[in-house]
Design a protein around this ligand. Structure first.
Ligand SMILES: NC(=O)c1ccc[n+]([C@@H]2O[C@H](COP(=O)([O-])OP(=O)(O)OC[C@H]3O[C@@H](n4cnc5c(N)ncnc54)[C@H](O)[C@@H]3O)[C@@H](O)[C@H]2O)c1
Ligand SMILES: O=c1ccn([C@@H]2O[C@H](COP(=O)(O)OP(=O)(O)O[C@H]3OC[C@](O)(CO)[C@H]3O)[C@@H](O)[C@H]2O)c(=O)[nH]1
Length: 389
């Protein structure tokens, strides 16, 4: 519920603002819209080409926040009407991007255009109109860890200096150009540099967010149900799809890569702190992740199998995983980040934010949602007789 007595981290009253949110119809955008409507007095100008994931926030007109959120169906690639929306807003948040790894090596041009070229006018309009910008980058800008280049048995691999990722100190280490996986990370890095330079040379007020594998309900799609049958979403949705269909989870190159996963609801708290504490957030790049939730992808698959069995009441598969090569799964040009642990110093110091939810708990609530949302539809899809053409 919106309240007029809300104060920022320094005890100052928070004034209601208008936020232009580009990419509001996606996974993160949908959770951010929900939060802003339910708990703040801010207005949102929601821009996207889709709105399926925010329908419940936009309608019906009897919602308590009706009138505080408007949806604008705009493709920022070829429709400059969003400049007017940026001018009307106090703050712009840019979430729009192609951000599924299956696209990086197979659609590198679309990936680079989406993450760099299409983001350029957003930065330019904010800078020219003296509007604050929160730009969504990625933990992938770190690429591979320094430690991954050490011999396998080197004791230095255990030294945090060789793997902890720090916003203001770690290098960005990508693979060769033929490894088109890095088209996304490279485009994100360049737009970060541009935003930073606009801040340094033209006084743009900016914050850059580097999400470390935020997961939860509404992430991506389930192939053949609310997305293309041949589509490859991010790992949470891939594994959810396998579990819902009762098929083994596919481990790419042995599932040895490591990730830290943070619950979307924890991460959204961090974004709200950035929105409402400009004096503490402006000019900063923030890692937003949960260093305590690190697993290998294999461990993630095992945990998801156990949690899904618990929440669905169905027995776990006898053969829960199978190995696939990255070439078979993603195609030529795939490569991977070996390990991603965020350093939390900057976000702790500036915003006092810490993630709360364990991996087990976040999987339990997310897989409960997946089961409730998709199990019936999958059953129907599986039982449909295959028609011959
Ligand atoms: N989810 C994560 O863990 C994660 C991790 C790292 C970085 N990020 C970054 O956070 C941002 C949001 O990620 P997400 O997980 O919500 O992805 P998402 O794909 O669910 O959301 C992106 C949204 O942007 C919209 N969009 C894309 N191009 C557009 C265009 N030309 N015009 C208008 N709308 C457009 C899409 O329709 C989609 O709704 C992205 O910039 C992504 O790179 C997310
Ligand atoms: O069925 C599958 C799908 C994936 N994997 C492996 O899991 C790892 C994580 O994959 P994913 O979540 O798809 O994506 P990444 O973590 O590699 O990249 C994302 O990080 C942040 C972001 O910028 C946006 O979300 C994006 O680039 C990976 O090792 C896959 O190979 C699997 O084994 N089986």
């Amino acid at each position: 519920m919106a309240s007029s007595a809300r104060v920022d981290l320094d005890g100052n009253p928070i004034k209601a603002m208008t936020i232009c949110m580009i990419g509001a119809g996606g996974f993160i955008g949908s959770h951010l819209c929900e939060k802003l409507m339910a708990e703040t007095p801010h207005k949102v100008l929601a821009v996207d080409v889709y709105n399926d994931k925010i329908k419940h926030v936009l309608e019906p007109a009897s919602l308590p926040w009706a009138g505080r959120i408007q949806f604008h169906r705009i493709n920022i690639k070829n429709d400059s009407r969003f400049e007017g929306l940026i001018k009307m807003a106090d703050l712009t948040i840019n979430l729009a991007a192609i951000c599924t790894p299956a696209d990086y090596n197979t659609r590198p041009l679309d990936t680079i255009y989406s993450n760099f070229i299409d983001a350029l006018p957003v930065v330019k309009y904010c800078s020219e109109n003296n509007k604050r910008l929160i730009h969504f980058s990625t933990c992938e800008v770190y690429g591979k860890t320094i430690g991954s280049f050490l011999p396998k048995d080197s004791p230095l691999r255990q030294d945090p200096a060789y793997f902890i990722l720090k916003e203001d100190a770690s290098p960005c280490i990508f693979g060769s150009i033929e490894k088109q996986r890095w088209s996304y990370a490279c485009a994100k890095q360049l737009i970060e540099r541009l935003v930073y330079a606009e801040g340094a040379e033209n006084g743009l007020e900016f914050t850059i967010v580097r999400p470390f594998n935020w997961i939860g309900p509404r992430m991506d799609f389930i192939p053949g149900i609310d997305g293309p049958s041949e589509g490859v979403p991010r790992v949470l949705a891939c594994f959810s799809n396998n579990l819902l269909r009762g098929e083994p989870l596919k481990l790419v190159d042995g599932g040895q890569s490591q990730r830290t996963f943070v619950y979307i609801k924890d991460a959204i708290e961090a974004v709200l702190l950035m929105i409402e504490n400009p004096a503490r957030a402006n000019g900063h790049i923030f890692n937003v992740g949960n260093p305590n939730n690190e697993v290998t992808v294999r461990q993630l698959a095992e945990m998801m199998t156990e949690v899904y069995s618990k929440v669905s009441g169905e027995p776990a598969l006898e053969v829960p995983t199978i190995d696939v090569s990255s070439k078979e799964f993603y195609g030529e040009g795939y490569d991977d980040s070996d390990k991603r642990i965020p350093d939390m110093t900057i976000i702790n110091t500036q915003l006092g934010w810490n993630p709360m939810t364990s991996l087990w708990d976040l999987l339990e609530s997310t897989l409960t949602y997946q089961h409730r949302t998709y199990a019936e539809a999958i059953k129907k899809a599986i039982s449909k007789p295959v028609t011959s053409s």
